[in-house]
Design a protein around this ligand. Structure first.
Ligand code: FDA
Length: 394
């Protein structure tokens, strides 16, 4: 049996970061992954340019049953620390809206950087290896039976990620290991994911596919995001929708403000004064795409001149534009989700080093735990910060 100080299951963002950190401390580290390639999610992230962190990372950007849990790791390894690492490797990057940082060239550079760090730190990565079983023996060592042989280690780090994008090899192994060792796993569901239409909505709204508009979307718990909304063949997507999906639960409505930058009541009053005979259609078409207007309001109403509309009709138009209430069918699920909500309960882990409170030497890092970030580089920042926290302790 081959022994290592530390074995990390998962050569993704959190696992690689943890491996390099532990390796630099002189620990003998082996990373095991069943995939052909390390860091596959990093490679496809951010449209191939990896939104690797955010200039402004706050605990409020994360969803976790215990909102205080993320504070220690995020303070210990900040987005600035990762930016410095990226700069040391000569990777050029740029900032987009809301402080999001992307590689100028390719997400490959982030994977190469992490693999180089692992190499410099002496951490070995073994791919194409299936985990058959994991146990803890009487001497307190973890024993792993794999498709490539048996291994033992003093510290075991589970960095297997979430369930999103099964075609990239996502598996529930991390949750199974947590349960096997007696740790509670909170129910999981797809996060940062597009919504789907009910069948009757689909008929009505499918022709709008491709239209993008600025919006503010509010979930039933009052959480709001102001970003673009995109109509798709299947439903709604775009950054505002992905963000709000983290706060939506089946059966709940969402409220969409289609004119977040103006007051529609005031706009209609001004238009009525200036052009009383102008049709509602022509008035609204100055503010929103005509195709959208024609689906939202009925033909007869749109053909009316502004001075023909009674107060109640005007109020209804304003309400529909600023507070469009929608009951969506559901989400596209793990198939297209960027993250998994829920996971290993953080009450089971130390917020300082991500170690199980019940099982000494067992660590969980990254998305496998009940921590999910907003869209905008926050999920990778959690992978880096939690990976470093464990890497300093294993
Ligand atoms: P990650 O999924 O990266 O790694 C898990 C590793 O474990 C994988 O290598 C996997 O092969 C391995 N593994 C799983 N099961 C195993 C098993 N049974 N045996 C052995 N190995 C196993 N975030 C962000 O901040 N900015 C962005 O731009 C994006 N963009 C983005 C795009 C898309 C399409 C997706 C799906 C996701 C994103 N994300 C993102 C989210 C981000 O990719 C994600 O939060 C992190 O990769 C999580 O890092 P982990 O290391 O926890 O898991």
């Amino acid at each position: 049996m081959e022994h290592h100080d530390v074995i990390i299951i998962g050569a993704g963002a959190a696992g690689l970061m943890c491996a390099a950190t532990a390796g630099y401390r002189g620990r003998d580290v082996l990373v095991i992954d069943n995939a052909k390639q390390a860091g596959r999610k990093i490679l496809i992230s951010g449209g191939g340019r990896c939104n690797f962190t955010n200039q402004k990372v706050e605990p409020a950007n994360f969803i976790c049953r215990n909102p205080h849990f993320v504070k220690s790791a995020l303070a210990r390894y900040r987005s600035q620390d990762f930016i410095e690492l990226v700069e040391r490797h000569g990777i050029e990057y740029h900032e987009r809206d809301h402080g999001q940082l992307f590689c100028n060239d390719s997400a490959k550079e982030i994977v190469t950087m992490l693999l180089t760090e692992c190499e410099w730190a002496g951490a070995r990565i073994q791919l194409r290896t299936d985990i058959i079983s994991v146990s803890k023996n009487d001497s307190g060592l973890f024993v792993l039976h794999t498709s490539k042989g048996e291994y033992s280690c003093d510290s075991l780090v589970v960095a297997t990620g979430g369930l999103s994008m099964p075609k990239l090899g996502a598996t529930p192994l991390g949750y199974q290991l947590a349960e096997q060792f007696g740790l509670k796993v909170l129910p999981t569901c797809a996060g940062l994911v597009p919504f789907t239409w009910h069948s009757e909505q689909k008929q009505k709204f499918e022709p709008l596919s491709g239209i993008a508009v600025p919006s503010t979307i509010t979930a039933q718990d009052g959480t709001q995001f102001s970003e673009a909304l995109l109509f798709t063949h299947r439903g709604l997507s775009g950054p505002a929708v992905l963000q709000i999906s983290n706060y939506w639960r089946p059966g709940e409505t969402i409220s969409i403000n289609l004119l977040p930058h103006m007051d529609a009541a005031q706009g209609l009053s001004e238009a009525l004064e200036l052009h009383p005979k102008q049709s509602l259609r022509n008035t609204l078409s100055q503010w929103l795409p005509k195709r959208l207007i024609e689906v939202l309001f009925d033909e007869a109403l749109l053909n009316m001149a502004l001075n023909q509309l009674v107060h109640a009709q005007r109020d209804k138009v304003v309400a529909d534009l600023h507070r469009w209430e929608l009951l969506m069918n559901g989400t596209e699920g793990y198939r297209t989700a960027e993250v998994t909500l829920g996971g290993v309960d953080t009450d089971e882990l130390s917020s300082k080093d991500m170690q199980s409170k019940k099982v000494a030497g067992l660590f969980f890092v990254g998305e496998v735990m009940d921590v999910s970030g907003w869209l905008g580089g926050f999920n990778f920042q959690w992978a880096w910060s939690s990976g470093v926290a464990a890497g300093l302790a294993v």
